[in-house]
Design a protein around this ligand. Structure first.
Ligand SMILES: Cc1cc2nc3c(=O)[nH]c(=O)nc-3n(C[C@H](O)[C@H](O)[C@H](O)COP(=O)(O)O)c2cc1C
Length: 197
């Protein structure tokens, strides 16, 4: 079983990458970590897409295979202007079947007391054609600069979010096991129903 962690921030040394590193210590099965910048450096542009160089197309096929191998995802999403960063939404334009009928844990990140909007945004959209299945539990890492900085917890808030993340990852791992049988059931027919309604 493989869990793929996707960092939704395209900033260098982002706090979301820090949170993703911490999450990687909690995952007890095989895992991979990718950032949206690495998966898809360019924003979707229909004209540019038709003139992409062979090496760009080959690269995106490599990442398509990578994402295909995953049984579940953890998306670590910063709140930018009350929204999901465009590079993250871009992922659902460029990829789709790779996420199909796989559970995902949403972890949002805020330097202040925000972080609810990216959760609401991804729960409301992004699943229609990709058929990604967000599990009911999610986590919001608020005042992110003050937590997850050291191997041991530094304060009460740090402990609380570490416990919450640990619990959420365990729940995701159980969903990941259970969802394998849905994908293997033979019921899923993306050829007949490539998009949701
Ligand atoms: C363009 C931009 C917009 C932001 N808007 C918000 C916001 O609306 N709400 C919020 O809580 N934090 C906001 N932040 C702060 C982020 O929460 C902060 O940068 C945090 O470290 C997570 O982003 P990162 O993973 O890119 O570091 C914003 C940051 C950037 C770069």
């Amino acid at each position: 079983m493989l869990i793929s962690i996707v960092v939704g921030s395209s900033r260098h040394n982002s706090q979301s990458a820090k949170v993703a590193q911490y999450l990687s210590t909690l995952v007890r099965v095989k895992q991979s970590i990718h950032s949206v910048k690495e998966l898809l450096p360019k924003l979707w542009d229909n004209e540019a897409f038709h003139s992409l160089k062979d090496q760009d197309i080959a690269q995106s096929e490599v990442f398509s295979e990578e994402l295909n191998k995953a049984d579940a995802f953890i998306f670590v999403i910063p709140e930018w202007h009350g929204m999901v960063p465009p590079a993250m939404k871009n992922l659902f334009v460029a990829f789709g079947k790779e996420f199909s009928h796989k559970p995902a844990l949403l972890v949002s990140v805020s330097s202040g007391l925000g972080g609810a909007y990216p959760i609401a945004e991804l729960r409301m959209s992004s699943y229609k054609n990709s058929r990604i299945c967000y599990i009911p539990d999610h986590a919001i890492v608020r005042q992110v600069e003050q937590v997850l900085n050291t191997p041991e917890s530094e304060n009460e808030n740090d402990t609380r979010i570490r416990d919450r993340l640990g619990y959420s990852v365990k729940v995701l791992e159980e969903y990941a096991k259970a969802f394998q049988s849905i994908r293997q059931s033979g019921v899923i027919d993306l050829a007949a129903y490539p998009t949701g309604m």
